[in-house]
Ligand binder design. Structure first.
Ligand code: DC
Length: 220
């Protein structure tokens, strides 16, 4: 079984996808983490996030490893021997990853890896173009939404739990900017895939959404 979960930043996709995978005994892939890892490497190398050709060269020679981990930790990402799982969640990466992920050639490289992973067995994948590009054949496609205000609140809480202080209004502005870039880019923009079930999670807790999705899947 393949399940595609798309939606904007902070709609709860990653947590919901991970819990769903655990309940159904499937693998889980956080595709946004891959774009974040590429962004981290590009910033470390001092590359311009607008220089598509240099970015492509870098991605081609990057030593990125994804470990499927257990359901509590989700995916672990390594650059060579370095565990970058936490580093890629830094606000500096969040604010720049959409600039990098607009490039067609970069997307082609990253999404071809995701397609291969998808073809290798049952999986729950979350991202922006899973139902449209990476696994258009998925039996289940969900599109999770939530208001910008609620998504900013959730992100603030997550970051505070990690000891990072952030301003709510600033976070709201950043999320709106990322929504705009992700939805308006030319190459595989964030849109609801044909046949995807849309769920507004603004007033729902994580468990409620997981319960709802499991109900739909198990009823079928
Ligand atoms: O899910 P996330 O917030 O970690 O994703 C970070 C960024 O990566 C997102 O703003 C756009 C990009 N992304 C993408 O373009 N396609 C995907 N399938 C997943 C993420």
């Amino acid at each position: 079984m393949n399940i595609a979960i798309d939606g904007p930043a902070g709609a709860g996709k990653s947590t919901i996808a991970r819990l769903l995978a655990k309940e159904l005994g499937l693998r889980y892939l956080d595709t946004g983490a891959m774009y974040r890892a590429v962004t981290l490497e590009a910033l470390r190398k001092g590359l311009s996030l607008d220089d598509e050709e240099e970015l492509v060269k870098m991605v081609t020679s990057m030593d990125l490893e994804i470990v499927f981990g257990d359901e509590s930790e989700g995916n672990l990402l390594f650059l060579g021997d370095e565990n970058i799982t936490e580093l890629i969640r830094q606000p500096e990466i969040s604010s720049q990853v959409s600039t990098l992920s607009k490039h067609k050639k970069v997307r082609d490289l990253v999404s071809s890896l995701q397609k291969e992973i998808g073809k290798s067995g049952s999986i729950v994948m979350d991202g922006r173009d899973i139902g449209t590009v990476v696994m258009p054949y998925a039996e289940w496609k969900f599109f999770l939404e939530a208001s910008v205000q609620e998504r900013a609140k959730r992100r603030k809480k997550q970051l505070e739990e990690k000891g990072l202080k952030v301003d709510l209004a600033e976070l709201e502005a950043q999320i709106s900017e990322r929504d705009f870039l992700d939805k308006t880019r030319k190459n595989s923009p964030l849109i609801k895939a044909d046949g995807a079930i849309e769920i507004d999670t603004t007033s729902l807790g994580i468990e409620e959404v997981v319960h709802k999705l499991l109900g739909l899947i198990r009823e079928d």
